[in-house]
Design a protein around this ligand. Structure first.
Ligand SMILES: [Zn+2]
Length: 284
């Protein structure tokens, strides 16, 4: 370090980097010539020995790959009524396709931590080879911002899907997919053709795992691992125009409606269901 510093200063003082270098060489003594000739070598060695370790260290190899995979890589697929981004992130490249919807009712954000933590848990569990996981961060960001059930038009997006039992109304929309958020989610599912959809909701006074379509087995597995009861949608209340009816009942895509207890602290909600979510995401 010291040699390099002195040498490089000397070169600048004597103008070795300038046009007069050869003139200096001609008038130097033999010892001085040797010294001049030694400078490039000393600087070269110095640069190898001294400068390289000062370069910023970069994480490489498997650790970097895993770190990159754990990072959310959000893509904006579209916009809500009020212009908020509708964002998705994809993880893994496996043949099994799973779609996680972080929320569709804006006043049901108990699954927010689960949505934020799922990607890292999925990567840590080694799921990226077998599964392609798509996370829709929030299907109703306007409702979330206002902490209300519907979107900025006051429409319940989970009643705006093109089912046989769709009911036109002020709260459900005058036609199926009249709302951009519902249309985007519909198109995402139509394009992706997932093997499983999981949607985070919350429910007053109870928590359970609700299912539509051919999802009884996966719901029961979820129930065993979480302690949440499995319940068929048809045994609950009418849900005309719901995502569950459209995707599960009418298109045969297994879909779980994860009903967290309303008001449950989101970190606790995630801790209660993490293993169950990973199990059904990884292999149904
Ligand atoms: Zn809900």
């Amino acid at each position: 370090m010291i040699l390099v510093g002195m040498g490089c200063d000397w070169m600048l003082d004597r103008g070795v980097n300038g046009d007069d270098g050869p003139a200096i060489l001609r008038t130097m003594s033999f010892r001085g010539t040797l010294r001049w000739l030694s400078i490039p070598f000393v600087c070269w060695v110095g640069s190898c020995v001294t400068f390289h370790p000062l370069q910023p260290r970069q994480t490489t190899g498997k650790a970097a790959e895993v770190a990159a995979l754990r990072e959310p890589a959000w893509q904006i697929l579209g916009s809500s009524v009020a212009g908020r981004p509708l964002r998705v992130a994809h993880y893994g490249t496996g043949a099994r396709r799973v779609l996680w919807v972080g929320g569709i009712h804006g006043n049901e954000r108990e699954g927010g931590v689960a949505t934020a933590m799922l990607a890292a848990a999925f990567v840590d569990a080694g799921g990226e080879r077998a599964v392609t996981l798509t996370i829709l961060e929030d299907a109703n960001p306007d409702g979330t911002a206002a902490q209300v059930r519907g979107n900025a038009n006051g429409i319940d997006l989970n009643r705006n899907f093109p089912t046989k039992n769709f009911k036109a109304s002020r709260l459900f929309g005058q036609s199926p997919l009249s709302q951009p958020e519902a249309k985007l989610l519909h198109d995402l599912i139509a394009a992706q053709k997932p093997h499983l959809i999981v949607v985070a909701h919350s429910c007053g006074g109870d928590h359970f795992i609700n299912f539509d379509g051919p999802a009884q087995g996966v719901a029961e597995r979820f129930a065993r691992l979480s302690g949440y009861r499995a319940r068929a949608s048809e045994d609950l209340w009418p849900t005309p125009g719901s995502l569950g009816t459209w995707a599960g009942v009418e298109r045969g895509i297994p879909i779980l409606t994860l009903e967290y207890l309303r008001g449950r602290e989101p970190n606790i909600a995630w801790a209660e269901t993490k293993n169950a979510i990973l199990a059904v995401v990884l292999d149904g």
